[in-house]
Write a protein that binds this ligand. Structure first.
Ligand code: FES
Length: 71
């Protein structure tokens, strides 16, 4: 659904921005242009970004090599 009518930004685009590496609402706003005109969509956009960031999971098993594995 469209979140920002001024810039034509959808909730899918906001989630995709988070998936592509944006780690904050500010970064998503810079990438998508959401809430950069009238600003009426800002609260909803922030909530969507917050939810998307909370849904992100980090696989810690990839961050550290398993014990006993020769490098
Ligand atoms: S509706 Fe998003 S800036 Fe106006």
């Amino acid at each position: 659904m469209y979140v920002c009518l001024c810039q034509g930004v959808t909730d899918h685009q906001l989630r995709a921005a988070v998936d592509s590496g944006c780690g904050s609402y500010k970064e998503v706003r810079l990438k998508t242009g959401v809430a950069s005109q009238c600003g009426k969509c800002a609260c909803q956009a922030k909530q969507i970004v917050r939810d998307a960031l909370a849904d992100m999971t980090f696989d810690f098993s990839l961050a550290y090599p398993a014990e006993g594995v020769a490098a």
